[in-house]
Design a protein around this ligand. Sequence first.
Ligand SMILES: *[C@@H]1O[C@H](CO)[C@@H](O)[C@H](O)[C@H]1NC(C)=O
Ligand SMILES: *[C@@H]1O[C@H](CO)[C@@H](O)[C@H](O)[C@H]1NC(C)=O
Ligand SMILES: *[C@@H]1O[C@H](CO)[C@@H](O)[C@H](O)[C@H]1NC(C)=O
Ligand SMILES: *[C@@H]1O[C@H](CO)[C@@H](O)[C@H](O)[C@H]1NC(C)=O
Ligand SMILES: *[C@@H]1O[C@H](CO)[C@@H](O)[C@H](O)[C@H]1NC(C)=O
Ligand SMILES: *[C@@H]1O[C@H](CO)[C@@H](O)[C@H](O)[C@H]1NC(C)=O
Ligand SMILES: *[C@@H]1O[C@H](CO)[C@@H](O)[C@H](O)[C@H]1NC(C)=O
Ligand SMILES: *[C@@H]1O[C@H](CO)[C@@H](O)[C@H](O)[C@H]1NC(C)=O
Length: 307
Amino acid sequence: MKTQWTTFTHVFVTSWMLVAVNPGYLSVNASYRYLCDSPIYCPGPFLEKIQLNRVFNDSKTFVDMPTLKPLEEVIAAFSRIPQNASRDTLLDFISTYFGSEGQELVPATLDHFPYHPSFLQKIRSPILYEFAIRVHNYWPNLARKVDQSFMCAGCVSSFIPMNRSFVIPGGRFREIYYWDSYFVIEGLLVSELYGVAKDMILNFLDFVETYGFVPNGSRIYYLNRSQPPLLVQMVKIYYQATNDTSLLFHAFPTLIKEYNFWRQNTSIHVTSPKSQKRYTLNRYIVHNISPRPESYFEDYETVELAT
Ligand SMILES: *[C@@H]1O[C@H](CO)[C@@H](O)[C@H](O)[C@H]1NC(C)=O
Ligand SMILES: *[C@@H]1O[C@H](CO)[C@@H](O)[C@H](O)[C@H]1NC(C)=O
Ligand SMILES: *[C@@H]1O[C@H](CO)[C@@H](O)[C@H](O)[C@H]1NC(C)=O
Ligand SMILES: *[C@@H]1O[C@H](CO)[C@@H](O)[C@H](O)[C@H]1NC(C)=O
Ligand SMILES: *[C@@H]1O[C@H](CO)[C@@H](O)[C@H](O)[C@H]1NC(C)=O
Ligand SMILES: *[C@@H]1O[C@H](CO)[C@@H](O)[C@H](O)[C@H]1NC(C)=O
Ligand SMILES: *[C@@H]1O[C@H](CO)[C@@H](O)[C@H](O)[C@H]1NC(C)=O
Ligand SMILES: *[C@@H]1O[C@H](CO)[C@@H](O)[C@H](O)[C@H]1NC(C)=O
């Protein structure tokens, strides 16, 4: 994967260098649909107030908390908070109106968990064997599914629902991530956990059908950012491990859709000043003009310190 990462970095850096050197030779397509429109979880007065007062050490905590009251009620209560409210007042407000972060997720059972996958038999060194079996047995701790049944009518959350189970990176990363999942799936396949690997791919295909691309992660604040596109490779390694042609047939039209997104929505035309030949460069790029909701305070501070 080192090579692919290098390629992405290279394309990214190259496209910026071109912009810096000679903007006249470029035509840019920056058509991203604006989708982060929640008055709570997307940039706006609400988020700014909570995040810049640093109610939580990690900005991601707040944006991962579902409401416990209908949206209108939460907004109305927020409007009654005085301008100069202290951090404690804000914390009181949050504990009244919001549930705990990541509450929409519950552990998922991994069906047919193989206790002795065949890769273990190939390991000679007892130390490596011990290590491998611990990694293998860790999967059930990271398997999740969505359960929003606790939410009231009108309650909102930043989570993008998925129909199938998945594996999360863990820690503050309580949701499914796009390119992380490629590496997760590589591991799941080695562990012979084919069912959840397939479920993850099907979730991503649903994202492409719904949003036109795969967001950075399954939260609405990631809806205008993708990650290095590895869905095709996920399907490829899954197929190589299983010979499951039905998934190939199902995935193919959707993979074309994803590719069209990278071609049409994030690419640029570059004209060579020497040959006048016109090239299309598909870029991994984000069009973002405000602090990332999940790192709001951190981004704000970075900019403040730099200016
Ligand atoms: C891509 O661009 C097209 C045309 O500009 C637009 O209609 C579409 O919504 C964009 N797709 C996404 C996912 O932003
Ligand atoms: C993308 O989302 C961020 C955060 O939600 C927002 O600040 C930004 O304006 C959005 N960008 C576009 C092009 O919609
Ligand atoms: C934030 O971090 C500080 C020091 O690391 C700790 O004392 C404090 O309890 C933390 N606050 C929260 C809300 O987690
Ligand atoms: C906020 O301002 C009001 C007057 O505008 C004042 O009475 C109150 O004590 C202030 N509260 C805090 C927490 O500073
Ligand atoms: C989940 O399944 C339901 C019922 O089949 C369907 O309507 C919905 O679109 C699916 N959700 C996603 C994210 O694809
Ligand atoms: C994707 O999400 C991760 C985790 O929050 C974040 O560190 C990264 O900046 C995001 N990518 C983009 C392009 O915003
Ligand atoms: C997939 O099919 C090929 C060709 O028939 C075969 O060589 C390979 O062993 C199969 N792999 C699996 C995982 O079934
Ligand atoms: C920009 O988008 C338009 C409409 O989707 C498309 O015709 C054009 O080829 C795109 N330009 C690039 C550089 O991809």
